[in-house]
Design a protein around this ligand. Sequence first.
Ligand code: ADP
Ligand code: GN1
Ligand code: MG
Length: 368
Amino acid sequence: MRYEESELRAIIGNFIIEGELAKIILYGDGLINQTYFVETAGESSPDYILQNKNTNIFKDIPGMMNNIQRVTAHLKAKVKQAGGDPEREAMTVIESKSGEPFYKDEQGNFWTLYLFISDTQTYESADTPEDAYAGGKGIGKFQRMLADMEGELTDILPGFHNMRYRFQQWDAVLAKDPVGRKKELSAEINWIESRRAEMMDFWKLVESGEIPIRVTHNDTKINNILFDQKGEVLCVIDLDTVLSSTVLNDFGDAIRSYTNTGLEDDPDLSKVGMDMRIFEGFTKGYLSEARAFLTESEKHYLAFSAKFITYEQVLRFLMDYIDGDNYYRVNSEDHNLVRTRAQYQLLLSIEAQMDAMNAIVKESCSTI
Ligand code: ADP
Ligand code: GN1
Ligand code: MG
């Protein structure tokens, strides 16, 4: 839904902001929330980022914002300790006039406001191993700073990267086949079924505690990092999905998006594949920060996590297609199927390069 400027002004009136409101413009390339840049008059007052939260996906905004406040408070303390600027190196949540980290309007829509972090750049893809190294370092540092945060976060997206839960959803959708699409998908369904046992074997290690649960970001795409003008990572943003999970999900999902030579939904499968140079850059950057806290089991499954998350993405796109396209925004009737096939192509490329990926992880663990 698009809002008029007068409506947005009224919404911002419910938050405590510094300075006088100048203008509000639609902003960024996010796919989930509606984001606006809020400019105030003059140099002395900060600008802001206003977001209309997607309540179809996020059912517990108060729980989500409580998680974000805990995470940002912890990050800010770490940044201060290291002599950095806590308002630039961590997100700052602005409270509403009633003291809540969000504003709920009369229609039940949820709005959040953050300090705008100025003089930054964002990227849509990692063009060079150096970009990938910087991104990997950013995610590794984010996890390192949160590694000693006490207590689990509220699970606001139950089962998000949980393979047991995903298979429950999968079995239910296949049994229901609500729009009759299953009959043409025997090859695609077999892609999932033929790897089911391998994926569950890994997930059981998370369930048994062999692979630890930590604070994780869960949406580690490159456009969720703000870089400074020199190309160094400044701040990890888009904290909507911070959860207690395995750090391997963050590594795997970043590899899935950074290393793909094609698009996530590329109809031309010859363009899709994993670029090993980008894998190497991201992995080295990540391990330069994460090597210090990762356990041997986590290091052992690092390369595998890229396969795991890419497989999960194939499953999620295919499941949404069979379900009749209820979750992901689609541009055409077969968009989720196109996405499924493109992500499967990426999965095959990852599988074919697994030995080389493991060798890079091993080398990077011992030489950094
Ligand atoms: P979505 O959940 O829809 O992906 P994001 O939270 O990632 O939304 O925000 C969308 C875009 O807005 C980001 O990619 C970034 O360019 C910009 N952005 C978000 N928060 C800030 C901030 N605090 N300071 C500067 N830019 C921001
Ligand atoms: C969704 O909107 P975006 O692209 O940041 C999804 C991710 C998927 C991704 C695939 C909350 O994230 O898990 O990997 O699409 N986010 C949610 O592009 O489901
Ligand atoms: Mg985003």
